[in-house]
Design a protein around this ligand. Structure first.
Ligand code: FES
Ligand code: FES
Length: 225
């Protein structure tokens, strides 16, 4: 995985990362870059206006900060250091290990969750930036023994091998179908471009998405995905 891949993911994936009112780790670094440039202008007459975004960044830490998250319909509290990612908080503080840590750099989609309905790489979002947000993890899909239709479709189409990418893929499929209820094969490929499967189960995953969206799987049409 190189820098080009990461850039490509940012360009191609419909919604990954923080929304317009949220603040991801990447936005933080970008903002720090802007603030550094603004600092260089601080001696100038326009220093106040040039400082810009840094003025809107709340100062937290260095000690632990209380964070409230609505996870799968339950309000959860955690006390975390400000640099703690949402992924670390979900896994380490709340025991929600269905969300996987794989690349820890926003490149693989293994840590995908929904934040206020938007697909987010939770390794790229600080927990403090998710304060008060509604989070859906893979643990929130099934109701008791009743699986989500996407999970059922993955089983029907044998859309997993080792299964490590599967939680992130299922979350990404949910985000895709929320946006496009009956996606074409090309739309499915684009929508899941940010989720990597090292076992190469893509054909079966695409068929599972077609099935879950009420469409004919490609192999049943005599073709291949
Ligand atoms: S672990 Fe977050 S994108 Fe790979
Ligand atoms: S099923 Fe093994 S990484 Fe996707």
């Amino acid at each position: 995985m190189d820098g080009n891949d990461e850039q490509k993911r940012g360009d191609d994936t419909p919604v990954i990362g923080a929304g317009p009112n949220e603040f991801s780790r990447r936005t933080f670094l970008q903002t720090m870059g802007i603030s550094a440039a603004a600092g260089a202008l601080a001696d100038g007459a326009d220093a106040q206006s040039a400082r810009g975004p840094i003025d809107r960044v709340p100062i937290m830490g260095p000690g632990p900060v209380d964070v409230r998250l609505h996870v799968n319909g339950t309000l959860l509290h955690a006390s975390v250091e400000p640099a703690t990612t949402l992924l670390e908080t979900l896994r380490m503080e709340h025991g929600l290990t269905g969300t996987k840590e794989v690349c820890d750099r926003g490149a693989c989609g293994g840590c995908s969750v929904l934040v206020n309905g938007r697909l987010v790489a939770s390794c790229m979002m600080l927990a403090v930036d998710a304060e008060g947000a509604s989070i859906t993890t893979i643990e929130g899909f099934a109701e008791g023994d009743v699986l989500d239709p996407i999970q059922e479709a993955f089983i029907r189409h044998d859309a997993l091998q080792c299964g490590f990418c599967t939680p992130g893929l299922i979350v990404a499929v949910r985000a895709l179908l929320n946006d496009i209820p009956r996606p074409t094969l090309d739309e499915i490929k684009r929508g899941l471009a940010g989720n990597l499967c090292r076992c190469g189960t893509y054909t079966n995953v695409f068929n599972a998405v077609l099935d879950a969206s009420g469409q004919q799987p490609v192999r049943d049409q005599g073709g291949t995905a």
